[in-house]
Design a protein. Structure first.
Length: 567
């Protein structure tokens, strides 16, 4: 502690690079400060600092950290308390550039495995990004002293040293509840559950906060289930969606897409008070949409699109500019290749000619002249042959009544089960469809990404960097993830960029594993060693990373314009 103060006095007024001398460990009362990385310029990316708190000074109960899920929720709760304390600490250091900036990778509404806070057997580690103070490009030692000896201690005092055991216990209990709900879903073949009184609408298109005065969710009687979960006196009641084909129908602005959006986010768990804390979806559910202009590399879409003009091969379909229908067919096949067991589709973001071709159009344009086999003619094969369920928002095509196992109608944000009425309409207005019978198999797409797919070269250097939520700069190319809708946190995108760096550095693709096996290997690494295995400073500051699902990692690989693939 005194050593740090002396160093700050010695380098005060010197050139900014003299801050490099601070790298090292310093003992404070109740914690250690580890300066792992020092920025070279006040305008550069901030410095990386870890706070290490031994259990002797802030005990973390053994039962909170032994179970992996409980550990994640404990770390998440601590990270939220630190982020709140940072916001409340208004007395920032002054200076040029990023002087006095203090950040932690702040969680959103979802509870994700992160590197921001790590709960170990004997200590808790908190990772900060800090802007070391400067005047121009000279060190401001007085403000740096204030940063280390006033501001950071105040943040810790108002977060990890003030958070109560009961607050952590509340988060741990929510972890237990989520795991039991998922276990019951698996036992009962449910792919989604929405609890009564859930609040599904969000406050705005740019906010993930719950909408005030929203209509609370109430399950239709036909879908209503009750379950006993821990840490709760009354059974939890709500709507269960079973495996199979489910439609969400209704008029415009009545809540169809709002329900589907809640389900697509239900692959993640949410904090208490979010409104969706008891909205839980099959973790292997993937949102499918049309994605005009995306890169496609050697994907077998022949089950949906075949006999293209000019003899283009759809068993190894490749394009730099996919159409709506070819991109949506690709997204279905790639999701299944990555291990999806449920597909979520909204007709508003779908290619019409991929979703449906009615009888009249079939009569006018016969099958020999139409290369597209619409999704409606494959959806039952997906269910029966591959055990892949589908939940679809449909407002314009009653043809899907023929294939639906369950039909939910949204009426002013209130769901009603109208499956019997839909079947009556099918009998009253029968439709005879003419469908091609292309085979669907689990291994219709078994691709191997070749080592030269990962081209990180940018001039003489190698570079890969996430830019916000939806872009990754890799070498001279940009991987665009704008339409990967279940990517919910910029820290997930950062993690994916670090996974790309790791794979290139380790020569992972030289093993020539199929994409499915490659994703299995990456998940095993995270499970065994944590996200820090991919971090730039794995043994020191592990960065600001959040765990992505395998499907979003696959989505990134599939959109690389440098991809080289063999089947």
């Amino acid at each position: 502690m005194k050593q740090l103060q002396q160093l700050l006095q010695q380098i005060d007024g010197k050139g900014y690079k003299a801050y490099k001398s601070l790298q090292g460990r310093y003992s404070f009362h109740r914690y250690e400060v580890c300066v792992d990385y020092v920025q070279g310029d006040p305008f550069a990316s901030p410095s990386k600092i870890r706070i290490v708190i031994p259990d002797a000074y802030r005990p973390i109960k053994q039962e909170w950290k032994e179970d992996r899920n409980r550990n994640v929720y404990t770390a998440d709760r601590i990270a939220r308390s630190v982020a709140k304390a940072i916001q409340q600490e208004s007395s920032r250091s002054k200076g040029s550039g990023k002087s006095g900036m203090i950040e932690i990778d702040q969680p959103g509404q979802e509870i994700l495995e992160r590197t921001a806070v790590q709960v170990h057997q004997d200590k808790t580690v908190i990772c900060f990004s800090v802007g070391l103070p400067a005047n121009g490009r000279k060190i401001n030692g007085r403000e740096a002293d204030k940063l280390f000896f006033n501001i950071i201690p105040a943040i810790l005092k108002n977060s990890i040293f003030s958070i109560t055991d009961q607050q952590i216990e509340d988060s741990v209990q929510l972890a237990d509840q989520h795991q039991v709900i998922r276990q019951l879903m698996q036992e009962n073949d449910w792919i989604a559950f929405v609890a009564d009184d859930s609040v599904l609408p969000r406050s705005s298109g740019v906010s993930n906060q719950p909408l005030k005065d929203a209509v609370p969710f109430k399950s239709p009687e036909a879908n209503r289930v009750e379950m006993n979960i821990p840490h709760r006196e009354k059974p939890l009641a709500g709507m269960a969606i079973k495996k199979g084909i489910s439609l969400i129908v209704g008029g415009g602005y009545h809540g169809k897409s709002t329900l589907l959006q809640a389900l697509e986010r239900g692959v993640y768990h949410h904090i208490r008070g979010d409104g969706r804390e008891y909205v839980v979806t099959d973790p292997n559910a993937v949102k499918i949409r049309a994605e005009d202009g995306r890169q496609v590399t050697s994907v077998n879409i022949s089950a949906f699109i075949n006999d293209l003009p000019h003899g283009q091969d759809t068993k190894q379909f490749t394009t730099e500019n996919a159409s709506g229908s070819t991109s949506q067919a690709t997204n279905v096949v790639e999701a299944i290749e990555a291990g999806a067991t449920s597909l979520l589709i909204d007709e508003d973001t779908s290619a019409t000619n991929f979703m449906i071709r009615d009888v009249r159009m079939q009569e006018l344009v016969n099958q020999e002249k139409e290369p597209i086999t619409p999704f409606i003619d494959k959806i039952k094969q997906l269910r029966d042959d591959l055990d892949v369920s589908s939940i679809l928002v449909m407002g314009g095509s009653g043809d899907y009544f023929d294939v639906a196992d369950d039909v939910i109608m949204m009426d002013q944000y209130v769901p009603h089960n109208v499956t019997d009425q839909a079947k009556e309409i099918v009998n009253k207005y029968p439709v005879t469809r003419h469908a091609k019978k292309e085979t669907l198999t689990e291994n219709m797409n078994q691709r191997i990404f070749l080592p030269n797919s990962l081209d990180l070269r940018k001039g003489k250097k190698k570079k890969v960097q996430a830019k916000g939520l939806t872009n990754i700069m890799m070498g001279n190319s940009t991987i665009q993830l704008h339409d990967v809708e279940q990517l919910v946190d910029a820290s997930q995108t950062r993690a994916i960029s670090e996974i790309l760096r790791y794979m290139e550095g380790q020569g992972t693709l030289k093993q020539q594993k199929t994409l499915t096996n490659l994703l299995d290997e990456l998940e095993t690494i995270i499970d065994q060693y944590g996200l820090q295995a991919f971090a730039p400073f794995p043994k020191q500051h592990p960065g600001d990373l959040a765990r992505p699902r395998r499907f979003e990692v696959a989505a990134c690989l599939n959109r690389m314009r440098t991809a080289k693939v063999k089947q």
